[in-house]
Design a protein around this ligand. Structure first.
Ligand code: ADP
Ligand code: MG
Length: 717
């Protein structure tokens, strides 16, 4: 197909797709919903697989069940008389020297007027037996392409055909045509990858690579294409990683040059302060990690460190120790948590551990009474408060710090990079410690947290017994409740977790339908407290309760006044009650793997033996089954993260938004690890060579507008 109908317009990478032939307003908005605004975006939308249509078959070869590409001529055509108009069946008969083959198009009314006898045509599709005429073979809804006489050029015929994921009403085929036109009209695609790099790795130019991935030549290797490992794919993938890593390298360089605070860490006064707050003997891993952090604090360059450690490995106390060092130096600390409940939880432990040691701790969350909150913010502003704990509120409200020295972000991988940056801007250049309970495989942590140094707590506090996890069918609930009651009578506490807060009244909507049979926390709380455990103290915790109510419930649970806590996933992160050793999760098949692991991490925190019971139908299949089996099989957060990553892919794993903001469309850090490491090495080398030329605006100027845009996005992180 040629773009003969298109205006002889000049298009550029920055041209909006709506000006392309074949893209009207409706299609433009469908494309926009996928983030495709410009020709450049469009060319970045790659086929997800390729089909071999180089080898034509003859009609004689056709057998039922096979998929064939046939070059033929139109012999006869027409609409079935009984079904004219919408829903009509369009019949097409094609012939080649070996025979004839009927094709049927359901809803084929739109095809009227398209065919002429004797036209050259290529059809591609699956052959089947005609159910009404025994022994006769036909093709239903084949893809077809009409060739002009003697034409060799085609987007489909005789080629390895790229298959795109359809976007809204835009089929793979339509996309192929639109992209074909765009590539044909585009003068020259500028190459932003530095030439020495291109030469060193023998990469094709950007233009060649795009041409190749969208319209591979017949001699291209199909398997390489399908694995995204053709030279063209590798170049495009490398390029994405390279620019991402370039921004990371620049940021690192800039961060190293920013004047930070050189805290004193070696004085006896500080050692004593640390001893005073430690309620237990730290593990070796905790000691090592604290030494790494202290080393950063001591250096004048600002710290940018990621503290990784599985749930329950004891990150909080390490953060408190770092906070104590900073406060002893006369600076303030901000501690940010992803949820109010976790902020409150941190506040409670900070008061227990730090306030008792004489530090002044302040909670700042949006659920507080305005007057209280104003007063708290004022104490932060004057410097009277030394440690401020909160959620995003610490960023969004105009909270000013007198002398902010350290920011601790308890990220649990939910905290956006943007927020981290905004908070850093609040102090001069405070040191930053990000804590995460998601053990991230190294390649991924390089991508996501490439600008951070990493410390890992890879050891659990002594005396922990592994949590025993069971998967039970809902039929066994009576036995499970019996077990819970026994444990509580023996002095333990239990969590019972539900996926929803309230039963929704059915209105026929799909999402409501899906929740219809789900037990809701409130209803179950009523039943459990009145009928199942009438003699025990049962509490309720969910996200729609006011902050102070939630804090009260949590505190009562912590003190043991509540024995069984019925809850939604609000307890997912950070809640710490060592005496709670039993967790029952109903509808466990509904939860994600990371979420289940986080939930389970709420137990097994003391010396006692802990049990987690996942209640889900034994008949659960597919990914649900794999998640549940993984949970039963292992307590190792690292193994769980890897499975989770494999099941969900990196986009979902990190939240699509954040993944997208990395500017990675084609590149997949999991699949393309080797290219990622290569790109990282090259980007860092380039930045080191360019010493003195580190003004990023200079760099930006040399990049294509597309990369400038991506660079700006990436550099946000
Ligand atoms: P997480 O890494 O999930 O944030 P926490 O810091 O909340 O873990 O610690 C989990 C529990 O283990 C808490 O009850 C904490 O007091 C306890 N803990 C932490 N470090 C030690 C240690 N070295 N020895 C004994 N208990 C510890
Ligand atoms: Mg924690």
């Amino acid at each position: 197909m040629r773009c003969i109908y298109s205006l002889r317009m000049n298009i550029a990478l920055a041209t909006e797709v709506k000006y392309l032939k074949g893209v009207g307003p409706r299609r433009a908005s469908a494309l926009a919903s996928r983030g495709i605004q410009t020709v450049s975006d469009l060319l970045g939308y790659l086929p997800f697989r390729y089909e071999d249509r180089i080898h034509f078959s003859t009609i004689h070869d056709v057998a039922p069940g096979g998929i064939y590409t046939i070059k033929a001529v139109v012999s006869d055509y027409g609409v079935a008389r009984f079904a004219r108009g919408h829903g009509a069946i369009y019949h097409l008969l094609i012939r080649d020297p070996t025979g004839t083959l009927p094709c049927k198009f359901f809803h084929g009314g739109f095809l009227e007027g398209r065919f002429r006898e004797g036209q050259n045509i290529v059809v591609h599709g699956k052959a089947d037996l005609d159910p009404r005429r025994p022994g006769r073979i036909e093709m239903i809804n084949p893809q077809f392409e009409l060739l002009s006489a003697g034409a060799t050029d085609s987007t489909e015929a005789g080629r390895i055909v790229p298959v795109y994921e359809a976007i809204g009403g835009i089929s793979s085929r339509m996309l192929r045509r639109i992209i074909h036109c765009a590539l044909e009209l585009l003068p020259l695609v500028p190459d932003s990858l530095p030439r020495p790099l291109r030469e060193r790795y023998g990469f094709p130019s950007r233009g060649e690579a795009l041409q190749f991935v969208h319209f591979p030549p017949p001699e291209a290797q199909l398997d390489l294409l399908n694995e995204f490992r053709s030279p063209a794919h590798r170049r495009l993938i490398f390029e994405e990683f390279f620019f991402y890593e370039l921004s990371v390298a620049l940021q690192r360089k800039q961060a190293e040059r920013r004047p930070g605070i050189a805290f004193r860490v070696r004085e006896p006064k500080i050692r004593e302060a640390l001893k005073r707050i430690l309620p237990f003997k730290p593990t070796n891993a905790q000691k090592r990690v604290l030494a790494e952090i202290a080393g950063d604090l001591e250096r004048p360059a600002p710290m940018n460190r990621l503290l990784q450690g599985d749930v329950g490995s004891g990150k909080t106390i390490v953060a408190f120790e770092a906070a104590a060092i900073v406060m002893e130096n006369g600076y303030q600390v901000a501690l940010m948590a992803p949820t109010e409940i976790l902020a409150s939880q941190h506040y409670l432990s900070a008061r227990r551990i730090l306030e008792r040691a004489g530090y002044r701790v302040e909670l700042l969350v949006s659920g507080m009474k305005p007057a209280e909150k104003r007063a708290a913010a004022e104490r932060v502003r004057t410097g009277e408060a030394q440690l401020a704990i909160g959620t995003h509120a610490l960023l969004e409200d105009p909270v000013a710090f007198a002398r902010l020295g350290l920011v601790v972000v308890d990220e649990q991988h939910r905290f956006g990079v943007l927020q981290r940056k905004r908070l850093m801007e609040k102090g001069a250049t405070p040191d930053v410690l990000v804590m995460t309970a998601t053990p991230i495989p190294r390649t991924l942590s390089l991508t996501i947290y490439g600008d951070l140094d990493t410390s890992i707590i890879d050891e659990m506090p002594a005396g922990r017994q592994p949590i025993e996890t069971r998967w039970s069918d809902p039929r066994h609930l009576p036995g499970i409740w019996h077990f819970v009651a026994e444990q509580v009578q023996a002095g333990r506490q239990a969590y019972v977790v539900y996926p929803v807060i309230e039963q929704t009244k059915g209105t026929g909507e799909k999402s409501v339908e899906a929740h219809h049979s789900l037990k809701a926390a409130i209803v179950e709380y009523e039943r459990l407290s009145k009928t199942t455990f009438p003699k025990l103290h049962v509490g309720l915790l969910h996200g729609r309760m006011r902050t102070d109510e939630r804090a009260q419930v949590m505190e009562a649970f912590r003190r043991g006044e509540i024995q069984i806590l019925v809850s939604t996933t609000v307890i997912e992160v950070g809640v710490d009650v060592p005496n709670a050793t039993v967790m029952v999760i109903e509808h466990a098949e509904r939860f994600g793997l990371a979420q289940l692991h986080q939930l389970r991490g709420r137990i097994g925190r003391g010396g006692g033996k802990s049990t987690c019971i996942l209640v889900a139908p034994k008949s659960a299949g597919g990914e649900s089954r794999e998640r549940l089996e993984t949970m039963v099989a292992t307590n190792d957060g690292f193994a769980i993260a890897e499975t989770d990553l494999r099941l969900r892919g990196p986009g979902e794993f990190f939240g699509t938004r954040q993944h997208g903001a990395l500017g990675l469309n084609i590149a997949n850090p999991l699949r393309d690890t080797e290219l990622l490491e290569l790109a990282r090495k090259e980007a860092f080398a380039l930045v080191n060579e360019a010493e003195g030329e580190l003004d990023p605006t200079k760099w930006l100027g040399t990049l294509s507008p597309e990369w400038q845009r991506r660079y700006q996005l990436a550099s946000v992180g």
